[in-house]
Design a binder for this molecule. Sequence first.
Ligand code: HEM
Length: 503
Amino acid sequence: MKEGPLMEGWFIILVSACVCVIVRAIFSLQTKTINTPPGPLHIPIVTSIQWLLKSFSQLEPILRNLHAKFGPIVTIRIGSQRAIFIADRTLAHQALVQNGSLFSDRPKALAASKILSSDQRNISSASYGPTWRILRRNLTSEVLHHSRVKSFSGIRNWVLQALLVRLKSDSQSNDSIRVIDHFQYSMFCLLVFMCFGERLDEGKVRDIERVQRQLLLGFTRFNILNFWPRVTRVLLRKRWEEMLRFRQEQEDVMIPLIRARKQKQGKDEGVVSYVDTLLDLQWPEEKRKLNEEEIVTLCNEFLNGGTDTTSTALQWIMANLVKNPQVQERLVGEIREVMCGREDREVKEEDLQKFPYLKAVILEGLRRHPPGHFVLPHAVTEDVVFNDYLVPKNGTVNFMVAEMGWDPKVWEDPMMFKPERFMNDEGFDITGSKEIKMMPFGAGRRICPGYNLALLHLEYFVANLVWNFEWKVPEGGDVDLSEIQEFTVVMKNPLQVHLSPRI
Ligand code: HEM
């Protein structure tokens, strides 16, 4: 008699458990669980730290192996975050172009990035929404609008002439010249003028170059500060202080230039600079103008976007012209046909459209050596099922730019420098809107807004550099195409050349 209630209790538990199992079984038949893309084994904390300590260049060969094992879309886990990597151009097109509204967000900024981006108030880190739209529209419809870009042609000529003088004087006293510093300085002169609207003296431009590059080159070292900020603020206190000091130095250099521009507002002199447009801008929701720190953040983005990427690409292209003299000669031949009979030594911007081979050389340079091997990390606006996998909202989605440009299914001898491959293509579409064959500027809604300016700078400088000098390997030297990751992927051994004037 005593066992009665006990038995009854057990019976109820047993029946409930059976019901649960049956209900779950029915549900799992109906709703197939969708997993994130496959990836390597994750051991909490240990693997996260391992990934975090790797630079992008160390990550690349590992990802290549993971793609070979798991397919074109893989996941790695860093803490609770999932980073998805897409190596296939068709999937990239599906995500970025066909499903652009879903895949155009950016991940939430973590501790250090939050400071450097003024809490995601710049174009590249803003979420896909009104802040991004207003800032991007301001850049593309103002300073990057083709009529404005044209208004800067005088400064391009000025910078070019200064570069040619420097190279000439260097080549008279040296058999072998390191050119990257000249390229970087030239790009800074150009972008600093577009940004602040002033022809600054060399000392000031060098100052801006210094504060920009120290933050840029610290990029990988400072990245770790994004994770576990409470711990790193103690353990990596010096690094935190260094980053904040660099940011302060940047403000100290730029704020006087912004104030000077503000003083000139409305006086309608000279060109309209990027800062002028930012001083006029308003945050619609807060109904206030941008503050100085926010303007510094946007100037920082503008200068980084337009200098390091372009001088890196310029160096890679010139390196390939030195390594492949027959390509250089064909290019000079093309320019000669247009320039013959002309007195001046300048290939003008209006001439550039007459040079299909020049365009092919630039495209081949960007395909073979994209300055960024990955686009900036994207995020999805909501959980998305993509290619039968779950892409979670709180993860990042990354696209492997270099892999796409080197895909042997698309490009014959992909590692060779052969501009001729672009000569058959009637106007190759670098934006990838119909199909992605390579994407050095990204694709879709977040595509680099500066790609036309970058192409103009590359075409103008490459044409004039080969037209004015013969670029050769110095006696006993070589052109080493090994890569190393800085902010962009640069030449591990910077290009050294022997220059002889062509006249
Ligand atoms: C050879 C030169 C350049 C290369 C290879 C390059 C490449 C890229 C790439 C790969 C992205 C990321 C796209 C994505 O996340 O999907 C990007 C974004 C961006 N680039 Fe460039 N870029 C270059 C020049 C420039 C120039 C000249 C400017 C401006 C003056 C610029 C400003 C930007 C900005 C503001 C973004 C963020 C766009 C957004 O998030 O909406 N870039 N660029």
